[in-house]
Design a binder for this molecule. Structure first.
Ligand SMILES: Nc1nc2c(ncn2[C@@H]2O[C@H](COP(=O)(O)OP(=O)(O)O)[C@@H](O)[C@H]2O)c(=O)[nH]1
Ligand SMILES: [Mg+2]
Ligand SMILES: [Zn+2]
Length: 322
């Protein structure tokens, strides 16, 4: 073989060696930050007309995506199949969607009883959306160090209601707890979405879980971002061994699902469980006769605020949330 061919052959071999598998940890729509299996970081672009078949999305690749990439050239060459992904419409008028994140194992909703007060309707809407995506949800009640007797009672009440439905609930203080081992255990080897209103302590908790991070906390910038619909891309941060947390600065983490009105009760597990006893198979648990759901609410077997959240999701105009 002539020397030149040997050169090509070697070049070819090197090329193959440099194609690595990795996970996208940051996406800005054009540039992607990819971590390989050892945790090394690469800045990558997409090659030419890289397209995901089917979906019309503003970003074909999102945080959480498993990819093959050419580490030498910094180019993503292949997108691996996704377990799931969450999307939202890019703008009100556009038909295009933005993929917020892919391959999410679980979603943590951080709430507080004080400073700020998290509304139970917000919790229920979040949980219903997680159910619709079939993503397990965990509730973290944060800032317990600030709670007096009354607020502690409220926190326990919230915990009891959601535990009874089947959700895992943890009470924590991101600033005072000596150990956050329970949270770390739950995050290990998983991709977890962090969500919650501004000010509940998401960034503070993340900084505690990974002291190398220095996310700004207590800033009001989140508030300004909340109304915007585009250009905020979430970032994925390494935590515990092998775990990643996706922080969603100032965006409604789950985007908005277009719920089918007839199916909303499927996403309230305790309502769904009991609904098989309703007289009408298509009972929507509003004012139908012999509705087991309303009977359960009357007996206090189903929490009244859960039923109210359900009704409010039934009545609202889905359009306005798009
Ligand atoms: N007392 C107390 N303050 C907290 C706790 N967690 C967060 N904070 C404070 O709450 C404010 C908002 O926290 P931040 O992490 O920025 O909330 P984010 O908007 O959800 O990211 C900051 O001033 C934090 O120091 C906690 O467990 N206890
Ligand atoms: Mg924050
Ligand atoms: Zn019913």
């Amino acid at each position: 073989m002539p020397a030149e061919s040997w050169c090509h052959f070697f070049y070819f071999c090197c090329k193959i060696r440099l194609v690595k598998r990795g996970i996208v940890i940051k996406s800005t729509g054009k540039r992607y930050r990819v971590a390989d299996e050892e945790g090394n970081i690469y800045e990558c672009l997409l090659r030419g007309r890289f397209r995901v078949s089917g979906a019309r999305t503003t970003n074909p690749v999102a945080v959480g995506d498993h990819v093959r990439f050419d580490a030498d050239e910094g180019v993503i060459t292949e997108l691996m199949p996704r377990c799931n992904y969450i999307i939202r419409r890019a703008t009100n008028l556009s038909r295009e969607s933005q993929i917020i994140a892919a391959n999410i194992d679980q979603a943590f909703l951080i709430i507080t009883v004080k400073m700020p007060v998290t509304l139970v309707e917000f919790i229920d809407r979040f949980l219903a959306t997680a159910e619709a995506y079939r993503i397990p949800a965990v509730i973290l009640i944060n800032k317990t160090d600030l709670y007096g007797e009354e607020e502690m009672a409220r926190a326990y009440q919230i915990r009891d209601v959601y535990e009874k439905i089947g959700y895992r609930v943890m009470m924590i203080s991101a600033t005072e707890d000596k150990s956050l081992a329970r949270v770390e255990d739950a995050l290990r080897n998983r991709i977890t979405l962090f969500s919650g209103n501004s000010g509940v302590g998401k960034s503070t908790l993340l900084n505690r879980l990974n002291p190398k991070l220095s996310l700004t906390t207590g800033s009001i910038s989140d508030y300004h971002e909340q109304g915007k619909h585009i250009t905020t891309y979430p970032e994925m941060h390494p935590v515990a061994d092998g775990g990643y947390v996706i922080d969603t600065p100032g965006i409604k983490a789950f985007g908005v699902i277009d719920f089918d009105r007839n199916e909303i009760y499927h996403f309230f597990p305790e309502i769904f469980r009991i609904s098989s006893g309703c007289r009408f198979y298509n009972c929507l648990h509003l004012d139908e006769p012999d509705c087991m759901v309303r009977e359960a609410v009357a007996r206090d077997d189903i929490e009244l605020w859960r039923y109210r959240s359900y009704i409010s999701m039934m009545l609202e105009d889905n359009e306005k949330y798009r």
